[in-house]
Design a protein around this ligand. Structure first.
Ligand SMILES: NC(=O)c1ccc[n+]([C@@H]2O[C@H](COP(=O)([O-])OP(=O)(O)OC[C@H]3O[C@@H](n4cnc5c(N)ncnc54)[C@H](OP(=O)(O)O)[C@@H]3O)[C@@H](O)[C@H]2O)c1
Length: 268
């Protein structure tokens, strides 16, 4: 049976996308074939998504000209898996593989096949991802619409030229880790200030979640939201002054730049 969507790699990202896609009702389980070499993982996938086809290798009968391929394997095998599926006749490939350019994937393919490259982040695993997509040399608007539609099931999507993906990696790709570090520090500080670890953890998580939700939902700038909670001479002003005196803003700036630079070097 030819699939509407052929998923290569039923790991965390592959299954997060499937959850989002099925929850949205945009595809039926019978439309999807997942290729996954791990025997145990294949059983788990079949249990989690009843009705999908799970196989250990892609076959020519899984593809026709309408089949979209989602490449969700680890970077070290992405090119060989892409070559394999290209040889089977794939016409449209969406790669969520970090650090492997559309050009490198295209070089494995037998002809001018559409490759859309996506840089998602880990909140996609809970439906709150930020994904940037870029088109390779042969993509059409239709291909980008298709990719955006799929990825929008696990969060927000924007389109940018591929040259921006290192900067995207530095900001939204690595960004969740910076905020997890902030959460750790808030928890430690809350404990030092006398709260139990449980209470401090709840306060830290909900504070970061709530601040993010305000940024997304109010459309206000971070500066105006910050100003609105900072009364002159008040408690928040004292906290912010301590942060600025320790160059917190500059540390975040350096983190994004360092991650972007590392991404650029890894992609070479
Ligand atoms: N997780 C994220 O939040 C995130 C964010 C941004 C980008 N990404 C990218 O998404 C990709 C997948 O990440 P992940 O976190 O989902 O990794 P993962 O959980 O390790 O999933 C990869 C899956 O691919 C399977 N696989 C191995 N060889 C295969 C083959 N030849 N054909 C088909 N499937 C094969 C693996 O099976 P075995 O375990 O049996 O080898 C595994 O189940 C990576 O390239 C990563 O850079 C992930």
């Amino acid at each position: 049976m030819a699939a509407t969507l052929l998923v290569l790699g039923g790991g965390r990202m592959g299954s997060a996308l499937l959850s989002g896609i099925f929850a949205s009702g945009s595809l039926k389980p019978g439309d999807v074939v997942v290729v996954e070499p791990g025997v145990e993982r294949r059983f788990e996938l079949a249990e989690e998504f009843p009705g999908i086809t799970v196989v250990d290798t892609p076959e020519i009968e899984h593809l026709d000209e309408r089949t979209g391929v989602l490449l969700a394997v680890k970077p070290d095998i992405a090119e060989s898996v892409c070559r394999l599926v290209g040889g089977l006749g794939a016409q449209r490939i969406l790669s969520v593989v970090a650090g492997v350019s559309a050009q490198r994937l295209e070089a494995t393919l037998p002809g001018p096949i559409s490759v859309v490259r996506a840089m998602p982040n880990t909140p996609a695993l809970v439906g709150a991802g930020m994904t940037v997509i870029s088109g390779g040399s042969h993509v059409t608007k239709d291909d980008l619409d298709w990719a955006e539609d799929l990825l929008s099931k696990v969060g927000a999507v924007i389109r940018l030229p591929e040259r921006h993906l290192d900067a995207v990696t530095g900001l939204s790709g690595s960004g969740p880790a910076y905020l997890f570090l902030v959460a750790e520090a808030l928890i430690e500080a809350g404990v030092a200030a006398g709260l139990s670890r449980d209470v401090a953890s709840t306060l830290a998580a909900q504070t970061i979640y709530g601040a993010g939700k305000m940024l997304v939902e109010t459309g206000e700038t971070p500066e105006s939201l910050r100003a609105a909670v900072t009364s002159p001479g008040g408690t928040t002003a004292a906290g912010l002054r301590a942060l600025e005196s320790r160059a917190a803003r500059s540390a975040i700036f350096e983190a994004v730049m360092a991650s972007a630079e590392r991404s650029k070097n890894l992609g070479r």
